[in-house]
Design a protein around this ligand. Structure first.
Ligand code: C5P
Length: 222
């Protein structure tokens, strides 16, 4: 798709959950399906971008036209992001685990008696690292899955992490966003909020890519 809205640009997308090992057979995961992130990667490729998709464990096919790097946990995801060629646009759609376990190298055995307690340690914040690192992409986009005060939390997240845009969505009980095929998104920038109607994740991806192309090419954010 040469000549598309993102032609000539390198877009890096993270998508899916991460799995954090507890021991060699167990892990901590979350409910992210990767559908939204994968749809964004596909839409960016259709718009002519070179796309690197860094995917956690998902049950989805690799989207066409993307270079896909499969990772398991947050630290591997960060390493893959840092190893990718410089990006013009970074889109952090992955639901990266905030904490990992100080993993045991052998399977924990119930025969050892008592229930083990898990010591959690903080994972690196990939989005914040990208937004505040050297070689910062010109546009850094994060996601915010919230269950209350969606817009206020998105504004705070934008400032705290140093990204340019947050795609905020309400994942509260009954929203059906996790694992579902639709999403109600708000595009939050430093200067305002653009609220979109409930759309399919593919439509959200297409709209986001179209808006990012406009913003990248110099139009005001909202
Ligand atoms: O802080 P919170 O997890 O709510 O922020 C969500 C945004 O930050 C998403 O864009 C997610 O991909 C990104 N994130 C990240 N690394 C983390 C935690 C979140 O890149 N360790």
């Amino acid at each position: 798709a040469s000549g598309g809205a993102l032609a000539g640009l390198h877009v890096v997308v993270t998508s899916g959950p991460t799995h954090e090992a507890i021991d060699p057979v167990r892990y901590i995961a979350n409910r992210s399906s990767g559908k939204q992130g994968h749809a964004i990667a596909a839409a960016a490729a259709s718009a002519g971008a070179r796309v690197t998709l860094i995917a956690g464990p998902v049950a989805l096919a690799d989207p066409p036209g993307c270079e896909v790097i499969h990772v398991e946990n947050a630290r591997d995801m960060l390493a893959a992001v840092e190893a990718a060629p410089p990006a013009d646009i970074f889109i952090g759609a992955a639901a990266v685990a905030d904490w990992r376990v100080e993993a045991a190298s052998d399977k924990m055995k119930k025969e050892n008696g008592g229930a083990p307690s898990l010591a959690l340690v903080e994972n690196p914040d990939i989005l914040a690292r990208v937004a505040q690192g050297k070689n910062r992409p010109r546009l850094v986009v994060g996601f915010a899955a919230e269950t209350r005060d969606v817009l206020r939390h998105a504004q705070e997240k934008l400032a705290r992490k140093g990204c340019d845009l947050i795609v905020a969505n309400d994942v509260g009980a009954g929203s059906g966003v996790f694992g579902g095929d639709s999403n109600e998104a708000h595009l939050v920038s430093r200067t305002g909020v653009e609220s979109w109607p409930r759309l399919s994740k593919k439509e959200v991806a297409a709209r986001l890519v179209a808006r990012l192309a406009q913003i990248f090419h110099g139009e005001a954010v909202s």
